[in-house]
Each structure stands twice: as C-alpha cells, then as structure tokens.
Design a protein. Structure first.
Length: 592
C-alpha cells in the first residue's frame, strides 16, 4: 500500500527542484487578474470624485456649506404679537393678554445638573420629579418643560443657574369676568389660538401677525448677536362686544339662583336690544372658568342658548295666532269652542292643562295658553303659510351672525305635515328651536312687525328690518302678551314693578330616544316695556325638579328680576304707575 506524501514534503521537494514557492498548487490564487485591476480602478475613480466634490464645495461654490453651518448656529426667533383685547360695549375688559414665559431645555445639558437643583426646578414648574425626568429623557435636542409660566416663577427658575434651561416670551389669555362671560367670550389654547366663542369666530382679527429676527446662538441656546434686521410684530385688533357687563352679571346670577332653587339640570338666558339687535347678555349653566384650562371639558362647555335645540312649547303660540291675525282669518275677539277640554284629530287627542270656559276668544287663548284653541286656529291655515311664517322669523334656518356652532333647529317640510302634526306644531311641539332663535323671532312683536339681524359686536349704525307682519298685528299681539302676566294669566310672577311687560310661557315635554318622557323644559320669553319695547328676555330651565316645572312659576321670576335690573341699567323710564305686584295663590296654571 502506497502512502500519500504530506503537503509539506511536496513543498520542500518543489523547492529542491528549483520551482518558485508561489507556484505551489496550494498557494496559487484562483481569482482572475482583471478583477483586482477593476477594483483598484473603482477606488481611484471614487477618490478623484470625492476630491473634486471637496474642491467644488470649499473652493468654488461655498453656499451649501455656509447654509448648513448657519442651520447649526443661526436661529429665527419669533416675536409674538399681542392678541387684541375683548371688551364689553362700555369698554370694560373681558379678555386680555398678559406676558408669561415658556420654559424650555436642552436635555443633555440639564441632566448634568445636581439632583437638588432638579428637584427645585420640578417644584417651581409644579410637576413631579418623575414627570420632569420623563421630559428630560427625550432624545431631542430641545424640549418644552412648561408653557405659559408666570414671570415670578421663571425668575426663580433662572436663578437656579441650571445649564441648558432657557425661557421664551409668550402671552397668556386672562378673563377678568371668569365664568360669568365664558360662553360669550370663549377661550384660547396654549398656543393662544381661539377655541370657542368670540375668541374663535374672530381669530384672524384678534391674533395679529407675529414678527421675527435672525440671531446667532451658541450650543447652550444663548444669543450671541443679531444677524438680520427685526421684523416688527403687528398686534391684533381690539374687539368691542355688544355685551353689557352689568346686565350680563345680573342675568348670570339670577339664572344660577333659579337652577339651584329648582335643582334643574341646566339653564340658559339671553337679553336682546330691540332697537339694534345687539345681544346684551347671554349666560348658560353649567359653566366654566376659562382661566383654568385643566377642566375645559364636558357639558360645561356647551353654549346651550346658541347650540342646543328643544321643543319650545307654548312660547311658539304667538306665531300661529299672529299669522291668523295678519291674514285676516281671526281678530282678537274671535271665539273658539275649547270644551270639553279635549280635541280629537284622527286617533290622537289634544288637551288643555286646565279647564277653561267652553268658548275662548283669541286673546284668551293666548292669555290662558289653550292648546285646543291654538290647534283649531292652526288647522284653519294651509300648512305652507305656517311653514313660511316659521322660516321668515328664522326658525329652521342657520343663524347668520358669525357665532360658532349655532344650531338651525328643525322645521319639517310642510308637504309632509299630517293634520295632527300641523296642530301640535301650532303650539310648539314637533318643532325644535334654540333659545336664541326664539328670542330673535320675538323681535317682530317688539318692533312692530319687522325683523333685524342679531349681533354679538357693538353696533354703530341701526340695522334695517325686514317686514314679517303688519304693525297692527304686532300691536295686537303685544296687548295679548301683556295679559299673560296679569294676575289671572299663566305668568303673574313675571310682572315687573313700575313697568308694563308681556310675554309667553312654555312648558314642554322633553324628547329622549324619539319618545316624549316626563321631563320638562320650562321657559318664558318676554318683552319690556310694552309702551315702547326696549329689550327681549328669554329664559329656559332644563329639567326643573323642585318647586314646580311650569314656565310661569320657574322661568317667569327670572325674567322679572333680570328685566327690572336691565331696564334700570339702560336708564329706561318706568311706564306704569303700578308698583305692587299681586300674585294669586292659585296662579300656577300652565300649558303642556
């Protein structure tokens, strides 16, 4: 058996025979020579390309590198514009901007500070140590620690002399009247951008235009020098609202007392100037404090007067009756049979909440708020005429006064009305409106038949009205509305000492999941003074549960208190010699 020689032995044998060591079969390179030359060529080409690029960037075209360098040390600083003030009609400030600071950090530098200083920093920022460290653990080179920090707090923070901590000037919105004017004025977010109310609807004019300047900063964010001229900021324009702060406060406090007294779920009130269409007051409950942004959620944010709709009930009866008067179908003395207290239409029945005489005049139908009498008047008219009346006064239409979230309500097309639906819509059920729409519609009775637009801003020129009914019809309706607050009417508690007033009560079932439930909305919408109308006041309480639920006894007293104080605030002279109010013990009769 022949043994195979070892490789080392073969190498020695080859060397002994004069063969080069590299020619050994073991050491011979198998790669073709052209491949190594190709790699070498590519390396040389890459080197020359890099050299050419470096020559171009550093010797011929330097713009790119200069720009990249500037990005690392040059900064554009925004110079914030001051947001315009919001005032009431008399110049009282309702919203203003106060200077504050934003505290920001370079995380890597701040984390090198002593732990004791970081604990003091967290305390001044009103946050826990864990929350501060979470912000500083960011892998970004810049992080806001807290926005809108008061000046005294930032002064103490800077005295800590922590590397990487800097401040930036900004503004914070302050609302002197707090919750009283919250739903009118609205509020801004941390970026000072309007989120609700007039702050939102007038964002462009209030915000102004920010300025800027270019500076050089070092790695710690400190400004070294200015490199470009300053572009000055342009402050926002001031906004004068139609609101009268005195009347607003009166309306808010009286509504609050009523909601608490009757344990109501919510409430709303609005006061309008009959001459100008200005909103003198608007308040809602629940409300919120716009200075505390930590709790700006839920029902408290809802501007119920503007955005919520409900079935108005008997407060809508004057429009059905007024249309019949205006078209000559009835007069205030025309009588209707309302006995025996029930009216059957098809398979449904309509009833009155209280027994009346078998025959009621049109004037008494308003005074006693008869559903049967109103339904019979409604069924005398073509559905189209009623629909046109509702739409002319703005019901079912999107309000056009620039306030965010204003509801249109619902008035169904007249072609689909069944007789029972026409009858119930005649006394305010099967139709939905907002309290603002209802108060606006009452303008036709206060202004001798014409309607003017509403405004949340102070009006300098008197608006031109649109005729809806005749002056005679408006005058006749005012006379009938005045009887509602008489001792024998449905709202004697709405009387105002020294002034002739009038209005209409409403007590309507609420609708939940498409069905009427035994929960109520009590309302009253009235005009004062009747000799020369100046204001309209509409009040609504949602689900009163204590002390009654009728509009006359729940909403009527709120109307009386607000109207009395508002007329005095407006220097409206009394037009009645009657100063003592007589309210019968049984004067709680109301319609449903």
């Amino acid at each position: 058996m022949t043994r195979k020689p070892r490789s080392g032995h073969n190498g020695r044998v080859a060397a002994a025979k004069g063969v080069p060591f590299s020619a050994s079969p073991v050491l011979q390179v198998q790669m073709p020579a052209w491949r190594s030359r190709l790699v070498l060529f590519i390396l040389f080409v890459s080197f020359f390309a890099l050299a050419a690029r470096a020559l171009w960037l550093q010797g011929i075209s330097t713009d790119f590198l200069q720009k990249q360098g500037a990005v690392r040390y040059a900064r554009t600083l925004e110079l914030p514009a001051t947001r315009g003030k919001i005032t009431d009609r008399n110049g009282q400030v309702l919203a203003s901007s106060v200077p504050v600071k934003a505290v920001w950090a370079i995380p890597d530098d701040v984390q090198e500070a002593p732990k004791e200083k970081l604990r003091q920093l967290a305390k001044l920022l009103e946050m826990s140590d864990a929350e501060l460290h979470k912000k500083l653990d960011s892998d970004r080179g810049f992080v806001y620690l807290k926005r809108q920090v008061e000046q005294d707090a930032t002064d103490k923070i800077l005295k800590l002399d922590i590397p990487g901590i800097e401040t930036r000037r900004e503004y914070k919105r302050f609302y002197p009247e707090g919750e009283v004017t919250a739903h009118v004025v609205g509020f801004t977010n941390v970026e000072d951008v309007g989120q609700d109310g007039m702050e939102l609807s007038n964002q462009k004019t209030l915000a102004g235009v920010a300025g800027s300047r270019r500076v050089i900063k070092d790695r710690l964010g400190r400004i070294v020098e200015d490199i470009e001229a300053v572009k000055e900021p342009h402050d926002g324009a001031d906004l004068a609202l139609s609101i009268d702060s005195k009347i607003q406060y009166i309306a808010f406090t009286q509504l609050k007392e009523a909601v608490e007294k009757h344990h109501a779920k919510a409430g709303g009130i609005i006061v309008l100037d009959v001459h100008t269409g200005e909103v003198l007051a608007l308040a809602n409950l629940p409300t919120y404090n716009p200075n505390d942004r930590s709790v700006l959620t839920g029902d408290q944010l809802r501007n119920r007067v503007v955005t919520d709709t409900y079935e108005p009930g008997s407060t809508l009866k004057p429009f059905t009756v007024g249309l019949s008067l205006d078209t000559g179908r009835v007069t205030p003395s025309t009588q209707f049979q309302t006995g025996p207290g029930k009216l059957t239409i098809g398979t449904a029945s309509i009833g009155d909440a209280d027994a009346h005489a078998s025959l009621l005049s049109v004037a008494d139908i308003i005074k006693f708020s008869s559903n049967i009498g109103t339904a019979k008047i409604a069924l005398q008219m073509p559905p189209q005429e009623m629909w046109e009346m509702f739409t002319k006064v703005g019901l079912g239409q999107q309000p056009k006064f620039g306030f965010p979230g204003a509801a249109a309500g619902r008035v169904r097309p007249y072609k689909s009305w069944r007789p029972i639906e026409q009858a119930t819509m005649g006394y305010g059920q099967g139709i939905s409106v907002s309290l603002l729409q209802l108060a606006h519609a009452y303008m036709i009775w206060a202004r001798n038949g014409d309607l003017i637009p509403l405004s949340f801003q102070k009006v300098t020129d008197l608006p031109i009205g649109t005729r809806v009914v005749s002056p005679q019809t408006a005058q006749e309706m005012r006379t009938m509305l005045e009887t509602v607050v008489s001792p024998t009417g449905t709202a004697p508690q709405a009387q105002v000492p020294g002034y002739r007033v009038g209005g209409k009560t409403g007590t309507a079932y609420k609708v939940e999941n498409g069905k009427y439930v035994h929960k109520y909305i009590a309302s009253f919408c009235g005009i004062a003074p009747m000799s020369d109308p100046r204001i309209i006041v509409a009040v609504m309480l949602d689900e009163p549960t204590v002390g009654g639920h009728f509009g006359g006894s729940v909403a009527g007293p709120v109307f009386a208190a607000v109207t009395a104080n508002a007329l005095r605030a407006l220097n409206v002279a009394p037009d009645s010699s009657v100063t003592n109010i007589v309210i019968p013990k049984d004067a709680v009769v109301e319609d449903l």
